[in-house]
Design a binder for this molecule. Structure first.
Ligand SMILES: NC(=O)c1ccc[n+]([C@@H]2O[C@H](COP(=O)([O-])OP(=O)(O)OC[C@H]3O[C@@H](n4cnc5c(N)ncnc54)[C@H](OP(=O)(O)O)[C@@H]3O)[C@@H](O)[C@H]2O)c1
Length: 350
């Protein structure tokens, strides 16, 4: 049988279209697997990487975070996977800078600790919506001690427990507000927080109320409702639980204004953001920006993702929108992502 060959969608310089061309075949080092990708997903971060080269350490670059496919090679010390396993994985070119760690290729090296077996009943196209969002959600919820997200900006440290496979999960008597509960990261954080026994109140577009409830939100409020702030404050009070704070999965000046108004009325709390938080937060607000690559997620990858997918406790949401089949469609996916999506994840099948 001929040796496999690799191709990738390369970024040769910032603000240029991706170019599909040959690429070296990744090699699985210690703690790694190589995945023959059947589907990859687009994240807003990818569009920033293409536009300005943020996080690119080596040119030309292969980036992208989400893969689903079959294990084609297993690193020397990896026990959890074998060749041929169907998996989903979080590719971390973002931190390593190595082209072989980027998702936008036919083959990608993935840390075994950031991968999980995908149950046979779930397609690669559905499964690929999960990886980056899962890691982001764990980083938003479960860090106990703040680390560094970017120079001078600390991560949040909400210290909340990991999701549980128990059904029903016992209540923790804590309430968390998630702003942007219909986004990929917001909806996954809703799923994991709910599975940890947390009462989640989501702020989403009205058209996504049902979607957010499907992810576990106990209550939902429309981000365009002029009374959204007072309605959220009232709902937190009525929940009768300890108020943890807000996870802002949108993180714009408008959402920050709402966050700070809610926190001011509720006596402060955590403000975990997907971008740098406002600089002028009051002393009773613990603000941070998540950085979605962290070993804190390893137990969730190892012990939760596969059985939770199997049990239907972890759902492949938001559902995928297939942009096309082939590496050539990644550029179109990036363009579509920039135009904005609502409660869906853009996926390219390979
Ligand atoms: N720091 C990190 O490590 C990290 C990791 C992952 C992502 N991010 C960042 O997090 C952000 C979200 O990423 P994503 O992939 O989750 O995004 P996404 O799925 O593309 O977000 C789209 C969703 O955002 C919602 N939305 C937009 N404006 C809103 C508002 N004002 N209020 C409430 N919802 C609003 C829309 O909801 P409706 O249709 O319901 O209005 C839509 O469903 C991006 O900026 C990304 O770069 C950061």
């Amino acid at each position: 049988m001929a040796a496999p060959t690799n191709q990738a969608a390369w970024l040769t310089k910032a603000d240029n279209p991706l170019q599909v061309g040959e690429a070296p075949l990744p090699i699985a080092g210690p703690g790694e697997i190589v995945v023959k990708n059947a589907a990859v997903a687009i994240n807003p971060l990818d569009t920033h990487m293409q536009d300005v080269g943020v996080f690119v350490q080596q040119w030309p670059a292969i980036f992208g975070c989400d893969v689903a496919g079959e294990v084609s090679e297993v690193g020397p010390d990896v026990q959890r996977f074998k060749k041929g396993d169907r998996v989903i994985g979080h590719a971390i070119n973002l931190v390593t800078g190595r082209p072989q760690d980027g998702a936008f290729a036919l083959y990608t090296a993935v840390p075994a600790d950031k991968a999980a077996v995908l149950p046979d009943t779930i397609s690669f196209t559905d499964g690929v919506v999960v990886p980056f969002a899962v890691e982001a959600a764990v980083c938003a919820l479960s860090l106990k001690v703040p680390g560094e997200a970017l120079p001078g900006i600390s991560t949040p440290a909400l210290g909340l427990p990991y999701p549980s496979l128990k059904d029903p999960v016992p209540s923790l008597s804590k309430t968390l507000v998630i702003y942007g509960g219909s986004s990929s990261v917001g909806s996954m954080t809703t799923q994991l927080a709910t599975a940890a026994g947390i009462h989640v109140i989501c702020v989403v577009g009205k058209h996504n109320f049902d979607f957010s409830k499907r992810c576990g939100a106990a209550e939902v409020f429309d981000h365009k409702d002029p009374s959204v702030v007072s309605k959220v404050i009232e709902a937190v009070g009525k929940s009768g639980h300890e108020f943890v704070g807000i996870f802002d999965a949108i993180a714009t000046p408008d959402t920050y204004a709402h966050d700070l108004a809610i926190l001011a009325k509720l006596g402060g709390g955590h403000l975990a953001c997907v971008h740098p938080p406002p600089s002028d937060v009051p002393a009773n607000v613990k603000a941070g920006m998540l950085f979605a690559v962290n070993d804190i997620a390893t137990p969730v990858w190892k012990d939760y993702v596969t059985p939770a997918l199997q049990a239907g406790k972890l759902q492949c949401l938001p559902p995928p929108t297939i942009v096309g089949k082939g590496l050539e469609y990644i550029q179109e996916g990036l363009k579509k992502s920039k135009a904005g999506v609502s409660a869906t994840k853009l996926v390219i099948e390979l």
